[in-house]
Every structure is written in C-alpha cells, then in structure tokens.
Design a protein around this ligand. Structure first.
Ligand SMILES: *[C@@H]1O[C@H](CO)[C@@H](O)[C@H](O)[C@H]1NC(C)=O
Ligand SMILES: *[C@@H]1O[C@H](CO)[C@@H](O)[C@H](O)[C@H]1NC(C)=O
Length: 295
C-alpha cells in the first residue's frame, strides 16, 4: 500500500499537479497549509459560477481547542484564476490574472470545525473586489463590462448558435455562465470585445428540430462542459474553446432514460449572491452557508 502511495505521489509530481490535500488535524504544526488548502478547496467547490480562486496570502490561522477537537478561524486573501468553475483542474494548478487583465481579489474569513479526523467548513464570508489601482494606471487596458450588457449577451448568443450548427457533436449546448466581458479600443481596428463564457450539454440530439436555446441541460455530472473565449472586432472574430468531459461517463442501460436533475437557474447575473454590494461585472465568492437566492 505504502509503495502504491509513493508511486502515486511520484506520478502526481511528474505531471506538476498540486499535491493531494492532507487531513486537517488540531495540531498547530502545518495548519497554515492543511487547514488553508482545505478551506480554499471548499470555497471553490461551492462556486457554481465565475472562476476558481487560489491563495494569495495567509493573514492568520488561529485554532481553539474544544472539548472534542477544535475550531479554526482563518483570514486569507485569495486571487481569482483563469480557470472557470466548470474546469476540472485543481485550483492550485490554475494561473492567476496579471496586471492589465483586471485582477480580482477576495478577502475571506473561514471557520473550520475539526472533530477527530473529520474537518468541515462551518462558514466562510468573503469580500470580492477588482484592483481599481490597476484601472487607473492603465487607461488603455480592456475594461470589464457588466455581465448584463445586452449587446455582449447577443454576441455570445450568436457564437453559441454557430457552435451548435458547426461544432456540436452529440447534443446541443446552451449558455450556463458568463465569466467576463470586456471592451477595448485597438488603434486602427476599432472596438474589440472579448467574452468568456461557459456552455453545458443538453438533452437535445444534434439535428433535432428543437431550438437549442429551449433545450434542458443534462445533469451537471453527466454533461460535458465547454468554456470559450471569443474576441470580436471589425476585422473579424476568433473563438477558442476547451471541452471538459462529463464527470460521470457511465452509459445508461438499454431502456433507461437520461436522468433529470434539479437544475441551477440559467445564467442570471442578478442572482449570484444575496449579500454584499451588487457586483455588476465580476463574480463574487458567495457566503457559506449559502443564503437563499434573490429572485
Ligand atoms: C454597470 O451597471 C452599473 C449599475 O447598474 C452602472 O452604474 C454602470 O454604469 C454600468 N457599467 C457599464 C460599463 O455599463
Ligand atoms: C468549429 O468547427 C469549424 C469547422 O469545422 C472549425 O474550423 C473550428 O475550429 C471549430 N471551432 C471550435 C471552437 O471548436
């Protein structure tokens, strides 16, 4: 067994992937890594929109011994990465955004409870902000647009329609999230619009007569997810997409029908989190426990 564990960790090291999470215990040694990584993993698992975040700095981690186990309160600063929440990549393997690409930070307070060898997140609360200084220093950098921007959403709709005609293989796809939209002026070319968005596979087979927009997404774990970046200016457009395979690839037995799931609301920037100031152009980290959605 031990040999196998060593082999596995060697394989992981070869791929340059993030090491597996270690169990969180109440001993003070190593809390800054074990407890902090556990907390950030939880935050990312709760994000069903926007991007994954990774650690920027640990401000404080303070454990308090309890009759059984301990509770751990920590303050951490996180930074938004370029990995969409549907990207299966481990958050620690994701690249952060650099100056000029609108850096987004989040200051979080996380409370963990550890009993025996079981750790759980009791709560997390984060304030998510854009780097405003960067915007002042770089007047020519692309400016984020509101996620409700009508022309931007129309452009994305057009890209998805084209994708369903030219590129969809088995089923049609529908929009599941808009990550970012930005606009910048390129000298001699004109306005350049960039949109990052996610699509989810639906029940509708390619070629069926149903309008793809009316199709219902497959259950999140049975669907393929696609994350795209589209840029458009008067000279033309460029689309780049990554496809993530379904998590649960088990084929249905003959006669079984594709299950339906409680679906997340279709992309709607007005229903992100209930708390905090409404952020119009970035995705905030929502609090845990999750507050009921504003509708
Ligand atoms: C985004 O929306 C906010 C609030 O509705 C508005 O004040 C702001 O001007 C909008 N920004 C852009 C770039 O449209
Ligand atoms: C879609 O299909 C076209 C035509 O086959 C191909 O040129 C293009 O690269 C594909 N686009 C994407 C995003 O997969």
């Amino acid at each position: 067994m031990r040999g196998l564990v060593l082999l596995l960790s060697a394989a992981v090291a070869l791929c340059g992937a993030a090491p597996a999470l270690e169990p969180v215990t109440c001993s003070v040694d190593g809390l800054e890594t074990t407890a902090v990584r556990f907390a950030i993993q939880h935050i990312n698992q709760q994000q069903d929109h926007g991007y994954k975040f990774k650690l920027s700095e640990v401000i404080v981690v303070s454990p308090t011994q309890k009759v059984q186990g301990c509770s751990i309160v920590m303050r951490v600063n996180l930074q938004e990465t370029k990995c969409h929440s549907s990207d299966p990549k481990h958050f620690e393997d994701c690249e952060v955004r650099h100056a000029g690409g609108t850096v987004v930070m989040a200051g979080c307070v996380v409370v963990l409870s550890v009993q025996g060898d079981v750790a759980s997140v009791v709560s997390h609360k984060c304030g998510t902000t854009k780097d405003e200084e960067e915007l002042r220093m770089c007047p020519d950098c692309p400016r984020l647009q509101n996620l409700t921007n009508v022309e931007g959403l129309q452009r994305i709709g057009g890209v998805i329609r084209k994708y369903n005609v030219l590129n969809a293989t088995e089923h049609y796809f529908v929009l599941s999230d808009v990550g970012r939209m930005s606009a910048s002026y390129i000298m001699g070319v004109g306005m350049n619009y960039v949109a990052e968005f996610a699509m989810v596979e639906t029940h509708c087979p390619v070629g069926s007569r149903i309008a793809p927009e009316a199709c219902t997404p497959l259950c999140p774990d049975r669907a393929r997810h696609i994350f795209c970046r589209n840029s458009e200016n008067p000279r033309g457009s460029r689309l780049y997409c990554e496809t993530y395979p379904a998590v649960n690839k088990v084929d249905l037995q003959p006669g079984m029908i594709e299950p339906t799931c409680h679906q997340l609301p279709r992309f709607n920037p007005a229903v992100q989190c209930t708390e905090g100031p409404a952020l119009k152009d970035i995705h905030p980290i929502c609090s845990w426990p999750r507050q009921p959605l504003r509708s």
